[in-house]
Design a protein around this ligand. Structure first.
Ligand SMILES: [Fe+2]
Ligand SMILES: [Fe+2]
Length: 175
């Protein structure tokens, strides 16, 4: 099997970014890469959930998982990819996503009828995303306003996602 393609990650060649002030650009790029990997993996986890869940509410949940997964990929991952492009950094090889990801995904239920278990896993995934974005926000605030705004928008969505999944849990097991 071929080695993962080395994506273009050349700190010494980052273009000059005049919108930045007093910040370690390499650290920003690393945050963007890990968040991008998180988003692609979250999309995949929700796609898996959409197809795995069985039972009388399966159709309704499938729609929710597909719709939220679409947010992760088409909105969040895209915004992060656009920002990476500002630094002239290519998207990572697919095989590198798992190691780059901070959140990866939590343990998933083996029972397809364990609807609450699938929802709880989604709540856990969103909580990790919120924590990760909060950390990135704290680092970039007032120093990289473009990334700050992207992270703020995404963070707002992750909070909404967490609420949606949590309120769909039928038994009182969400923490
Ligand atoms: Fe997301
Ligand atoms: Fe999310």
């Amino acid at each position: 099997m071929a080695e993962p393609r080395k994506y273009k990650y050349l700190p010494e060649r980052y273009p000059e970014r005049r919108e930045l002030k007093n910040i370690d650009v390499d650290r920003v790029v690393k945050y963007l890469l890990s968040a991008f990997a998180d988003e692609v993996i979250a999309y995949y986890m929700y796609l898996m959930a959409a197809y795995a869940v069985r039972g009388n509410v399966a159709k309704e949940l499938e729609d929710v998982f597909v719709e939220i997964g679409r947010d992760e990929l088409e909105d969040h991952a895209k915004k992060l990819a656009d920002r990476l492009q500002d630094f002239d950094v290519d998207l990572p090889d697919f095989r590198d996503l798992w190691s780059l990801s901070r959140c990866k995904y939590p343990d998933l239920p083996e029972d397809p009828y364990d609807v609450d278990g699938w929802l709880q896993a989604a709540v856990e995934a969103e909580k990790c995303a919120i924590k990760h974005y909060r950390e990135i926000y704290d680092y970039v605030v007032n120093k990289d306003i473009v990334t700050e705004e992207i992270v703020e928008d995404i963070l707002e969505d992750e909070v909404k996602h967490e609420t949606i999944f949590r309120t769909l849990i039928s038994k009182a097991r969400a923490k």
